[in-house]
Design a protein around this ligand. Structure first.
Ligand SMILES: *Cc1c(COP(=O)(O)O)cnc(C)c1O
Length: 253
C-alpha cells in the first residue's frame, strides 16, 4: 500500500482530547481497539501474520489510571522512557496483573542500570559498551536479565540515543557474545523528517545479518509503514493515550 493513502485519525491537537468517560478510559479502550485493527490490517496487507506484531503501549508521562484503563481493555505490554517513572508506576500494576510486561525504551544512564534490570522485562535502548557493562554487572547483582534490544541511531543524529551506524555491528556482536539469546533484536527511531521506510529497511537488514528476530520500529505516526517493513514490536503512545501531559504530572502526584 502507498503510505500516502493511509487514512490516519488526528493524533494531536484538540481532536485528540478524550471525549469518553471523564477519566478518558472509554477513549483509551476505543483507541486501542482502533490501533489493533490498523495493525492487523497492515500485517495482512504485507502478507504477514498479525500475531507476529506486538503492540507496546507507550504510557510515559501518563498517570497510572491511564495504564489501568489500557490493561482493562486487554493491553499487557507497556513502554516507559524513564526508570524512575516506571519504578513509581508499575510495581502496583504488576501486582494486579501478572501478565504485564514493561519495556524500557528511553536512553538509559549507567547509574540506572540496576533499577532497570530489576524492573524491566525488556530494555530496548542498549546503545553503548559502557551500558552493556553496567547491565551485565546489574544482572549479576540482581540475578535476572531482561531481554535486550540494541538501539541503532539509523539517521546518525548527534542529539539522539542509539549506537551510530558504523559502530552498530561491533556492538551487536559484542552483546551477542556477552548476553547470548537475551539479545533479541534491534530498535530504531527514524529522524523526524526522513522517509521512515529507509530506516526501517536498514534496521531489518542489520537484524537479518546478525540473525536477530525482534525489530522494534514504528510509533504513532508510522507504525503501519514499520509493519510493512517487518516490525515485530511497534511502540505507540499518543495515538492510544492522547497528547502527553507535562512530564512532572506523572512523577509528582
Ligand atoms: C515516546 C516514544 C514513543 C511513542 O511515541 P508516539 O509518537 O507518542 O507514539 C515510541 N518510542 C519511543 C522511544 C518513545 O520515546
Amino acid at each position: 500500500m502507498e503510505p500516502s493513502v493511509v487514512i490516519r485519525p488526528a493524533i494531536s491537537g484538540s481532536a485528540a482530547v478524550p471525549h469518553g468517560a471523564a477519566d478518558g478510559s472509554h477513549t483509551i479502550a476505543d483507541r486501542l481497539r482502533a490501533i489493533r485493527a490498523r495493525m492487523d490490517q497492515a500485517a495482512i496487507q504485507a502478507s504477514r501474520d498479525p500475531a507476529e506484531v506486538t503492540l507496546v503501549a507507550v504510557s510515559k508521562f501518563h498517570p497510572q489510571t491511564s495504564v489501568r484503563a489500557a490493561m482493562d481493555a486487554g493491553q499487557h505490554v507497556f513502554g516507559e522512557n524513564r526508570v524512575q517513572e516506571a519504578a513509581a508506576k508499575f510495581p502496583p500494576l504488576r501486582a494486579d496483573n501478572p501478565d504485564l510486561r514493561l519495556h524500557l525504551i528511553g536512553g538509559l544512564q549507567t547509574n540506572k542500570a540496576r533499577d532497570a534490570v530489576r524492573l524491566a522485562d525488556m530494555i530496548e535502548s542498549l546503545d553503548r559498551p559502557a551500558l552493556a557493562d553496567a547491565l551485565d554487572r546489574a544482572a549479576q547483582a540482581e540475578g535476572r536479565l531482561p531481554d535486550l534490544l540494541v538501539e541503532v541511531n539509523t539517521g546518525d543524529e548527534p542529539q539522539k540515543f542509539g549506537v551510530p551506524r558504523e559502530q552498530a555491528d561491533a556492538l551487536i556482536r559484542a552483546c551477542r557474545q556477552r548476553f547470548g539469546e537475551k539479545l533479541r533484536g534491534l530498535m530504531c527511531i527514524p529522524p523526524a523528517h526522513d522517509d521512515p521506510h529507509l530506516h526501517f529497511r536498514l534496521l531489518r537488514a542489520m537484524a537479518h545479518t546478525h540473525g536477530l528476530s525482534v525489530l522494534s520500529m514504528g510509533m504513532s505516526a508510522d507504525f503501519e509503514q514499520a509493519i510493512a517493513e517487518g516490525a515485530t514490536l511497534v511502540r505507540v503512545g499518543s495515538a492510544i493515550f492522547g497528547p502527553r501531559p507535562a512530564p512532572e504530572s506523572a512523577l509528582t502526584p
